[in-house]
Design a protein around this ligand. Sequence first.
Ligand SMILES: *Cc1c(COP(=O)(O)O)cnc(C)c1O
Length: 386
Amino acid sequence: MDAWNIGTQLDELRAQGLWRELRPLDEVDGVIVRAGGREWINFSSNDYLGLAGSSEICTALEEGTAKYGGGSGASRLVCGTHRVHVELEEALADFKGTEAALSFSSGFAVALGTIPALVGVGDTIILDKLCHACLVDAARLSGATIRVFPHNHLEKLERLLKMAKGRVLVVTESIFSMDGDAALLREIVELKDKHGAWLLLDEAHAVGVLGPQGRGLAAELDVAQRVDLHMGTMSKALGLSGGYLAASRQVIDLLVNRARSFIYSTAPPIHQAYALGVVVKLVRSAQGDILRKALHDNAAQTKSLLSVAGVEFPTTPAAILPVILGDERLAMQASDRLREAGFLIPCIRYPTVARGTARLRITVSASHTACQIESLGQILQSALQS
Ligand SMILES: *Cc1c(COP(=O)(O)O)cnc(C)c1O
């Protein structure tokens, strides 16, 4: 007998419609992807501004590689930190309006490093039910008591705040990654201040997308100064890779000493940090505003085409448009049919979302053309009516 039951586990996943596999692509060319001689229009990427394949990023990476080469060789505490990393962090702090910032190899690493560095046994973490896996894992890793409030449920959040012990950290996202709606951020900020808690806001899907210069939801709602810990990724709208935490100087100093995913991990390549510096400038510029307008226009067009088919979306001007179908196998079939028709739209299932809430997750980018969006609308209208 196979004591590990790997085969049985795989069979169960297949039987439940929860099987996942990696699909190799031959080429990614903006929103077009190609494999095995076929091509698809990609409505599944988080490259919201279409920067990932842009000439600006390619040029910056080439310049950076020519100057700084490949890997960085070691953790930043070991060999000394390259000035380019420090300059990127100064740019991120300026962007987010905080005293300081620290960059990590990914958004996931930010959560895993930051939360356990700041809270532990005897403290309390209060999470929105729909928080991303990295926030949940980081909370577990910290050893703090974990409390969860139903999505955006302010009364429950306040009840948990009243009962919480030790240091109290509220954790939420600005735009929820699988639902595309926004946190009730103003109200959450009021509550956490009233009860003397701190707030970690994960702006993964809002940075570059919302707010003046793409600073995010907290900036858009004018509460950025009251958010204690600003977390974000540079892998989505910023088109590259890596994550950041922006906060007070003291918090950043503590993270340099305590965040294990920062301390015990090799610094991201310097040419990447260099290119990210270029991207941060671009995102904040007038060109960034043009890209954001294109993105929001595309999202609005997609929403209005799909509302004809009876699909309802959150009113947030986000680029994540979930079409909730419920049953896992049904949603898989819909996603497969769309792939046959030339559209890459993933089916999101348990455990990423709750069982029975499987969905197609459409993400729009500034690079989609009106024509591509129109044909998506037509296909979806017929797919959803049949
Ligand atoms: C993608 C994502 C992350 C992780 O960021 P990576 O840079 O991809 O590791 C964290 N939080 C949320 C909400 C995300 O959607």
